[in-house]
Design a protein around this ligand. Structure first.
Ligand SMILES: *Cc1c(COP(=O)(O)O)cnc(C)c1O
Length: 367
């Protein structure tokens, strides 16, 4: 009997996550050197990892023969201190993506529902599908989460409501008032998950940790993949009231975050200088793209994160043509936005080059 006939239907039906195209693969295909490729496809830190993290990881290599601290004692303590919470409120993940999965493991089943915005981060849908649960998509007019509509969509079967703030790929955020109003309407049988992967880039960040401190059904997700520049390590963390954090701890693998990653993350979290530099580069780059799109009359979604969504006509076509010229963007057809591409903010040199090539391609001079 073919394995497809007895594998879980909802796993077979899954459309796998499509990551940004890797630099090495692109270089090989084009016969270019990896150094000549500019990747603006996965919202990575263009300045690289925190130098303090690199040093800490080099040291940690010496003990690579020892299993990691499965309890993540030092890293969880540092995170708890940073946010004025207890260690019992902190859960570590192999990327914050793993914590999304742990939430689904703990609360989803074929009768349960997960609510997210129409153009929300695609991993929520993927995970809901993986657990056979119902994925409930709520319209997001103007590409902004409509939290009132999301609260309206809650049923007795709702277990998780994902609020990506700011959201990827839209780069938009919702403010404190809307969040407070949403939390006032959240019933006891559902959990609000605030995915804050880009939180550190915000000037005017809302406070969702207060819901955790108040012991509400809330889980805040943060990551070392974005501002800290440690995407390759796969470290993220969740902040939740003890009862919820305890459940998530049970759902994880014993050594889900490796020791090198724990050491790197620990150093990166307190490297304020690297975070400030990164934020400054991003602020300049964002303003550059917003202005560049305005100048060219291209529709775009003003962003508060480290990427911008812009309407270019044929998103897949632009992606392919820019790829030929060594620039990797992200086409948005998998988000049902075939006319759009998402561009991650790079260094100013990379941003200028990106617009130069985009101009060539859009004017028809491209290959
Ligand atoms: C990048 C991103 C993450 C972080 O993923 P990691 O697994 O921590 O690398 C989480 N949520 C959103 C919305 C993201 O864009």
């Amino acid at each position: 009997m073919a394995v497809e006939n007895f594998a879980n239907r909802f796993v077979c039906d899954l459309v796998a996550y499509e990551p940004g195209k890797p630099i090495d693969e692109t270089a090989r295909e084009l016969g270019l050197r990896p150094e000549d490729i500019i990747k603006l496809a996965s919202n990575e830190n263009p300045l690289g990892p925190s130098p303090k993290a690199k040093e800490a990881m080099r040291l940690a290599l010496e003990d690579a023969h020892i299993y990691p601290d499965g309890g993540g004692y030092r890293l969880r303590t540092a995170i708890a201190e940073k946010f004025g919470l207890g260690r019992e409120n902190v859960i570590l993940g192999n990327g914050s993506n793993e914590i999304i999965e742990l939430l689904c493991h703990s609360f989803l089943h074929p009768q349960a529902e997960l609510i997210a915005a129409e153009h929300a981060f695609v991993v929520y849908k993927l995970m809901a599908t993986l657990f056979g649960a119902k994925y409930v998509k709520v319209a997001d007019p103007g590409f902004v989460h409509d939290l009132d509509a999301m609260a309206d969509a809650i049923t007795p079967n709702t277990r998780l409501v994902f609020i990506a703030n700011p959201n990827n790929p839209t780069g938009t955020m919702v403010g404190q008032e809307a969040l407070d109003r949403f939390m006032d309407r959240l019933p006891e049988h559902a959990i609000a998950v605030f995915d804050e992967a880009y939180y550190e880039f915000l000037d005017d960040a809302p406070d969702t940790l207060k819901y955790v401190r108040e012991g509400r059904n809330a889980c805040v997700l943060r990551t070392c993949s974005k501002i800290h520049g440690l995407a390759a390590l796969r470290v993220g963390y969740g902040l939740a009231p003890k009862g919820l954090a305890d459940i998530l701890q049970k759902a994880r693998q014993p050594f889900n975050v490796n020791a090198i990653a724990q050491a790197g993350a620990l150093a990166a979290l307190t490297d304020d200088s690297h975070m400030e530099k990164t934020k400054a580069v991003n602020t300049e780059g964002l303003a550059f793209y917003h202005q560049a799109f305005r100048d060219r009359g291209l529709e775009f979604v003003p962003s508060v994160a480290n990427f911008v969504l812009v309407k270019v006509g044929d998103g897949d076509g632009l992606f392919r043509k820019m790829l030929q010229r060594g620039i990797i963007l992200r086409a948005m057809s998998s988000y049902m936005l075939p006319e759009w591409v998402r561009i991650s903010v790079g260094t100013m040199e990379q941003n200028r080059r990106c617009m130069e090539v985009m101009d060539e391609v859009l004017s028809g001079a491209g290959i």
